[in-house]
Design a protein around this ligand. Structure first.
Ligand code: ADP
Ligand code: ADP
Length: 232
């Protein structure tokens, strides 16, 4: 489903060049829940952002469902991003908009007809247990509820892939468990391929089928979660 081939990303600064990703090869199967772990600065965030090209690699290719994301023009990229949803540590909701407007946002950008947007948003809010919060604003919700809104927005265009950038790192353990159960369920029911980066090993142990360990921009280990993290 997702293939990184020799992906390299460098940053230049006055202090010199830094290689955030160093010739990374990775293959993530359709319907997998795949984790990327590593210390702060290892390159996790840069890696996940190459998958929807929030980050453009300096070298290598990123193939999503047979399409080379690194080669797309602006129009092609917009289209490809409908297939790739993303959620964030701090939710990135639009605070001046209601919950329903946040979820509608990607559909409006796509220029969907108003009636279709209304119906789709209602469906998503019901599916994620948010119907009663439709008219509220993000500040009125708990962290877990805000992440549910983030997930609803990410699912709006019917993606095949969901990218999770430290999606549970700002949540308490109980809420984390709730969001992980939800991701598990979406994976099973929609066949959604999920890629998550996290520094929380217990999160990876709990939901990921396979995992890659990043160190200094290199994949130093990859395999089934149970094999990579031998359970004590
Ligand atoms: P992680 O997500 O694992 O913490 P990142 O992908 O954020 O790692 O960062 C990898 C490396 O790239 C780090 O050394 C970081 O300082 C550097 N880096 C990331 N983004 C930038 C940027 N926009 N400009 C310069 N250096 C960056
Ligand atoms: P406010 O209405 O509170 O000023 P902003 O427009 O500043 O909200 O955006 C709030 C957050 O949402 C920011 O973190 C921003 O990066 C994020 N954001 C803005 N537009 C989008 C978008 N299209 N998709 C995802 N996140 C977005």
């Amino acid at each position: 489903m997702i293939r990184l081939e020799g992906v390299t990303r460098r940053y230049s600064s006055r202090a010199g060049d830094r290689v955030a990703l160093d010739n990374v090869d990775l293959e993530i199967g359709r319907g997998e829940i795949f984790g990327v772990v590593g210390r702060s600065g290892a390159g996790k965030s840069t890696l996940i952002r190459t998958i929807n090209r929030l980050e453009t690699p300096d070298g290598g290719r990123v193939i999503v469902d047979g399409e080379d994301i690194t080669a797309l023009d602006a129009k092609g990229l917009l289209k490809a991003r409908r297939r790739i949803g993303m959620i964030f540590q701090h939710f990135n909701l639009l605070n001046s908009k209601t919950i329903e407007a946040n979820v509608a946002f990607p559909l409006m950008l796509e220029g969907r007809p108003k009636a279709e947007i209304t119906a789709r948003v209602a469906e998503l809010l019901a599916q994620l247990g948010l119907a009663e919060h439709a008219k509220k604003y993000p500040r009125q919700l708990s962290g877990g509820q805000k992440q549910r809104v983030g997930i609803a927005r990410a699912l709006a265009c019917g993606p095949q892939v969901l990218l999770c950038d430290e999606a549970t790192s700002a949540l308490d353990p109980e809420t984390t468990e709730d969001i992980l159960n939800l991701l598990d369920q979406l994976n099973r029911e929609l066949g959604l391929t999920i890629v998550m980066i996290t520094h929380q090993m217990e999160v990876v142990r709990r939901v990921c089928d396979r995992v890659a360990v990043l160190k200094d921009g290199k994949v130093v280990e990859t395999g089934r979660t149970a094999d990579v993290f031998l359970n004590p």
